[in-house]
Ligand binder design. Structure first.
Ligand SMILES: O=C[C@H](O)COP(=O)(O)O
Length: 215
């Protein structure tokens, strides 16, 4: 299937612990060139707004393990939005979820969603979940009024899979992420139901899309 403006689905990402402002400026340049969004560390959001005002900015909260305290996640989300973030990707507390503390997980997600008016994507780290856990955590994200589900941080043992995206897209719009390295693969995930793609290889994906579209 053809998807016009495919690059607008891509959150071109740089999130490693060694990320510098130069790395962020390069991602912003590439995002602006191809019409992608940029997913960058929280500390660089304000600089990014100054450097590339047109680029839609995504940042992460509780990343990559999801085990910062709830009040810290809430404060980080509100702070990131105040600095200029347009979307928040928050990692759910997977440890609490696996321990059966569903009310705590739900309350935390709901508090974060309620604290900002910008879209919130809940990262559930599918590589760490059974299919049943994936579906139940997706349900909790729906109950928390989240806007999207996101498969992976890119920092776990595995990333997005087609069956995960197909299942998760029954609950909420999905951002597929983690190990997506080509337009061909990104297209497979969009065909499977993903609304968005998160990738460190965003520029490569967007360039391959342009080539395939004869642009
Ligand atoms: O969306 C965020 C992920 O970190 C991207 O994963 P990746 O680095 O495997 O492309």
């Amino acid at each position: 299937m053809e998807y016009p403006e495919f690059p607008a689905r891509i959150d071109h990402t740089v999130l490693g612990p060694e990320t510098t402002s130069s790395d962020v400026y390069q991602v912003l340049d590439e995002a602006q060139e191809y019409g992608m969004n940029a997913c960058i560390p929280h500390c660089y959001v304000a600089e990014a707004v100054e450097y590339a005002p047109p680029v839609r900015l995504v940042t992460v909260v509780g990343f990559p393990h999801g085990q910062t305290a709830t009040e810290t996640k809430v404060r980080a989300a509100t702070s990131a939005v105040a600095s200029g973030a347009d979307e928040i990707d928050v990692v759910a507390n997977i440890g609490r979820f696996k321990h059966g503390e569903e009310e705590a997980v739900l309350d935390e997600l709901h508090e974060i969603v309620a604290a900002v008016s910008e879209p919130v994507k809940v990262i559930i780290e599918t590589a760490l979940l059974t299919d049943e856990e994936r579906d139940r955590l997706s349900e909790l994200a729906v109950e928390a009024d989240a806007d999207y589900l996101k498969t992976s941080t890119g920092f776990a043992s595995g990333g997005a899979t087609i069956p995960d995206v197909e299942a998760m897209s029954e609950y909420l719009p999905v951002k597929a992420s983690g190990g997506i390295g080509s337009y061909e693969t990104a297209l497979e995930f969009v065909d499977a139901g993903a609304e968005r793609i998160g990738a460190s290889n965003g520029e490569k994906i967007a360039a391959e899309y342009r080539e395939s579209a004869g642009q």
